[in-house]
Design a protein around this ligand. Structure first.
Ligand SMILES: CC(C)(COP(=O)(O)OP(=O)(O)OC[C@H]1O[C@@H](n2cnc3c(N)ncnc32)[C@H](O)[C@@H]1OP(=O)(O)O)[C@@H](O)C(=O)NCCC(=O)NCCS
Length: 260
């Protein structure tokens, strides 16, 4: 079994447009009965396509590290907050993974151990960014956002949004963590996190990355491993599930590590 090396995070990116109809059709048999129920509930063809690609991509990615397990053999359950976890096969070692999908792009991050979260957002869609920020971001994040010139606010909004989502996913609790209970700061183009008193966490040990996954997609990664702050290397690959994958370089916008 080939685990991802302990000081690397592997980021697998799937461009939805790289999957044609025939290939998409071949993913259908990989769905478990409950995934078929979820698929049937989706009404939009775009959502259905994204769902199928995601299910195939997760299985393909995990089998890359565990070649003894065929993609169809992976079964998943969810923790109390909805995070997918491997149900079967059970095995001795650990592997951490996190999933994000948005229009056009699916991201899967993998590490040997630790708390890992990824978030990708399509930045072209129109959102009432400042109104959403006022509702969900911390007071210092809102204040910094509002001080920026209007054209920079939109970019900052997605930078903050993806980082906040990556952090709550790394914690495995999703929106059960109030988004106002922690703040990101980008002084000197380094990412730092601070916590409100109500959030029982500390910045030390957390590492964050912000990347341009495409001209229209912002991506963030959050990672922490207990007792360690070795700076992790992020290795990226473009994947066409069950067909091929190639190494790619993403433009890194910011990184931050808070040492113990
Ligand atoms: C579910 C949530 C964790 C992420 O949702 P999202 O950013 O909209 O969607 P993404 O595609 O990036 O992530 C969804 C994936 O996160 C994973 N996920 C779900 N719950 C999770 C949890 N508690 N912990 C970690 N990962 C989780 C799942 O793999 C899910 O995909 P799947 O159901 O196809 O397997 C949650 O934060 C949410 O619902 N967010 C809504 C967005 C929002 O309102 N943001 C406010 C602005 S900051």
């Amino acid at each position: 079994m080939a685990f991802p090396v302990s000081d690397e995070i592997h980021l697998w990116l799937i461009d939805e447009n790289s999957v044609d109809d025939a290939l998409l059709e071949s993913y259908w048999p990989f769905l478990s009965p409950d995934e078929r129920v979820r698929y049937d509930r989706l009404r939009q063809s775009g959502d259905r396509k994204r769902f199928l690609i995601t299910r195939a991509a997760v299985r393909n990615t995990l089998s890359h590290y565990f070649p003894d397990v065929l993609p169809a053999q992976w079964q998943f359950s969810r923790n109390a907050w909805g995070r997918p976890v491997i149900a079967t096969p059970t095995y001795g070692g650990g592997v951490e993974f996190s999933i994000s999908h948005t229009r056009g792009l699916i991201a899967i991050a993998v590490a040997a151990s630790g708390s890992l979260g990824v978030d990708v957002e399509y930045t072209v869609r129109r959102n009432r960014t400042v109104a959403i920020a006022n509702r969900y971001f911390s007071p210092t994040e809102v204040e910094t956002l509002q001080r920026l010139p209007a054209q920079a606010q939109r970019e900052r909004f997605f930078d903050l949004w993806t980082l906040k989502e990556a952090y709550i996913k790394a914690c495995g609790m999703g929106l059960a963590i109030p988004l106002r209970s922690f703040s990101f700061d980008f002084s000197d183009e380094k990412i730092a996190i601070a916590f409100a008193a109500e959030r029982d966490d500390e910045p030390q040990g957390w590492q964050f990355w912000q990347m341009a996954a495409s001209p229209d997609h912002r991506l963030a990664l959050a990672f922490k491993r207990a007792g360690e702050t070795a700076t992790m290397k992020v290795v990226c690959r473009a994947l066409v599930p069950l067909r091929d994958s190639t190494c790619i370089e993403l433009r890194q916008l910011r990184h931050g590590v808070q040492h113990l």
